[in-house]
Design a protein around this ligand. Structure first.
Ligand code: THU
Length: 139
């Protein structure tokens, strides 16, 4: 998939959103993660034990990582909101740790899109590099 195939990745995330299991929030989210070896999609899955709920972004990332993918190019998140929906804090941490400073495309069902770099969404990250710098992992 080339950089210009924005509409294609948005369509994949939009289709994945149809699979959302969001009976408690009714907030359906779809994600599509472009990796070196292909595109991995995800939707949010909610549990009756609410804290077990998982976001669409993390489903896509876990799917890709568990298939052996390690290099990521772009993530797309689609929600039917007028104001484009950004990844939650927990997802920002995971996206940063496993995908690095990739572009994150936010889109809705009305054709609006906006793209942010992960660095903009998580400007002062706590990550493996930080732990190494501080030497904390050796104690
Ligand atoms: N949700 C996502 O899937 N991704 C986000 O970036 C924001 C929140 C889900 C979690 C929950 O199922 C519902 O949206 C409401 O928070």
């Amino acid at each position: 998939m080339s950089k210009d195939d924005l509409q294609e990745i948005i369509k994949l995330a939009t289709d994945a959103r149809q699979c959302a299991l969001a009976r408690y929030s009714n907030f359906c989210v779809g994600a599509a993660l472009e990796a070196e070896g292909g595109v991995y999609t995800g939707c949010n899955v909610e549990s009756a034990a609410y804290e077990q709920t998982i976001c669409a972004e993390r489903v896509a990332i876990w799917k890709a990582l568990s298939e052996g993918e390690r290099k990521f190019k772009r993530l797309c998140v689609v929600v039917d909101t007028e104001r484009l929906t950004p990844p939650c804090g927990a997802c920002r941490q995971v996206i940063w740790e496993f995908c690095g400073d990739i572009p994150v495309v936010l889109a809705n069902l009305r054709g609006d899109t906006e793209t942010f770099q992960m660095k903009e969404l998580l400007p002062h990250p706590f990550d493996a590099g930080f732990l190494e710098e501080t030497g904390a992992e050796q104690k």
